[in-house]
Design a protein around this ligand. Structure first.
Ligand code: HEM
Length: 468
């Protein structure tokens, strides 16, 4: 006798006839996605008329990403829409031989020793930008964090002496490109192909971005041909001693990459690297202003390691409390909140069956707000990550994904997060929030809707009016 088929997953309440749960995802995506936990370990929702299965248990998500990865392919509507823009870059290329080959090719770009060769250049770039802010001026912190992150990433990727106009144009273009790309993923694909002004403007910007990337690649390739080098700072790394950026790995690949492929990888890396780290830093600074004790401990650790000198790359390993603070910001604020896969055949997940071709959704944000693993999940508590923190909470931390599609930039992200946080704290003894507490907005990442701060060189003083 055949075993009975497992039941299909429970459906989340509140779906409407033609739009399904799309209105919840559009209006209040984070409360909606975290609410699904109460209906089961796998919950069926509908986006329009198409069903999608949301995994609410981190152990099942690991099954999707690692153990049964062969049956849950990278895909889904969002990825299909992004492929128009990223081409076959690493994040959007389908699972299979091409992905594996490109992943093997790119992995050395982001190993720790190779990143270390770019350490001092990144620190110089970040310190110069952060040091140029006006004392006491009110600043849009999310925009600033994206700009600093972009500039330090360009220095890491393409080397130190990119023509200034390139950096300026990248900085102006990227926020518009991100907005346009989100629009493309939300709208039906036939609307994005109509000759509407917004579609034409997006296409023009993407074309311009590809031109800028070409110029950056040409510039970098020119330097490699000229053999420019300086003493390296990462003993044992084959790239030590060269001033080239991380992109050298692709420019000198044994089998030369086509120009289109180089562009696709550069666009993928730029978009993957900027808003994720930018949003994390903005939230970190916000939490630091709310928790004076966290700020005090961060500053004390930094002072003990650096005394009065500027940060060096090898200091980063000596800043465990900064790592706890950054990890807690990554936990609390996602920053990825919705990632998709497609079931390649009928398959059981937990107690339920998922039909072939269905979209499967997993959400780092959802898992990282699960009170079973993170008690009081809305509280910002860096001590969760202190020495001896439980393996169970590390198992539910899925911010960088897992398995063969795990974030390739994780080491880079930690290095960059530490550098930028340290540079800001070293340069500015006093940070003050000047806007109301920000609301998290889930778009590409979970970003603050508005976050203004004043950075000043004076330390906090007690005004006479507030004494006694
Ligand atoms: C806080 C920072 C970051 C977070 C939270 C993050 C998160 C993620 C996640 C969740 C994935 C997996 C998506 C999936 O499973 O489908 C991913 C993939 C990826 N990330 Fe990141 N990321 C961050 C920073 C970066 C940086 C700095 C880079 C570039 C240097 C980068 C480049 C990529 C690429 C290329 C992939 C695709 C990997 C593949 O499919 O093989 N990310 N990231």
């Amino acid at each position: 006798m055949n075993a009975p088929l497992p039941p299909s997953a429970p459906t989340a309440p509140g779906g409407l006839l033609l739009i399904g749960h799309a209105h919840h995802l559009a209006r209040a995506p984070l409360p909606f996605i975290t609410s699904l936990r109460e209906y089961g370990r796998v919950v069926r929702i509908r986006i329009g008329t198409t069903p999608a299965y949301v995994v609410t248990d981190p152990a099942l998500t690991r099954q999707v990403l690692v153990t049964d990865a062969a049956h849950f392919a990278k895909g889904g509507k969002i990825i299909d829409a992004l492929r128009v823009f990223f081409g076959d870059g690493l994040a959007t290329v389908a699972d299979g031989e091409t992905h594996l080959r490109n992943r093997r090719l790119m992995q050395p770009m982001f190993n720790k020793a190779h990143i270390a060769t770019r350490g001092s250049a990144m620190i110089d770039q970040v310190s110069a930008m952060v040091g140029a802010w006006q004392d006491g001026e009110q600043r849009d912190v999310f925009a600033d964090m994206n700009d600093v992150t972009l500039a330090s990433f360009l220095v890491a990727l393409f080397g130190t002496d990119l023509p200034a106009h390139l950096q300026g144009e990248f900085t102006r273009l990227m926020p518009e490109i991100m907005k346009g790309t989100i629009r493309q993923t939300i709208l039906p694909s036939w609307v994005t192909r109509l000759p509407l002004p917004a579609n034409r403007a997006h296409a023009r910007r993407v074309a311009r971005l590809r031109t800028l990337i070409d110029q950056a690649i040409d510039h970098h390739a020119g330097r490699l041909d000229a053999g420019t080098s300086i003493p390296g700072d990462a003993a044992g790394c084959p790239h030590a001693g060269r001033q080239a950026g991380l992109f050298e790995t692709l420019l000198t690949a044994p089998e030369p990459l086509t120009r289109q492929h180089l562009q696709d990888e550069a666009i993928t890396l730029l978009t993957g690297a900027i808003e994720t780290t930018g949003a994390t830093l903005a939230w970190t600074l916000y939490e630091v202003t709310r928790h004076p004790e966290v700020e005090r401990r961060l500053r004390a650790e930094l002072a003990a390691v650096c005394e009065n000198r500027t940060l060096r790359f090898d200091d980063l390993e000596e800043l465990p409390y900064a790592r706890q603070v950054l990890q807690e910001a990554v936990r609390k604020y996602g920053p990825a909140w919705m990632v998709t896969r497609t079931a390649t055949r009928d398959i059981d997940l937990g107690d339920h069956s998922i039909p072939e071709g269905a979209d499967v959704v997993w959400s780092p944000y959802l898992h990282q707000h699960d009170p079973e693993y993170f008690p009081d999940p809305d509280t910002f508590d860096p001590d969760r990550w202190g020495p001896g923190s439980a393996a169970t909470i590390r198992g539910a931390f899925l911010a960088f994904g897992d398995g063969r599609r795990k974030c390739i930039g994780e080491n880079f992200a930690w290095a960059e997060l530490h550098i930028i946080l340290a540079a800001i704290l070293q340069t500015w003894p006093h940070l003050e929030l000047t806007s109301r507490p920000p609301r998290p907005q889930a778009v590409v990442t979970v970003k603050p809707d508005r976050l203004d701060m004043v950075f000043s060189r004076r330390t906090a003083t007690v005004s006479p009016a507030s004494v006694g």
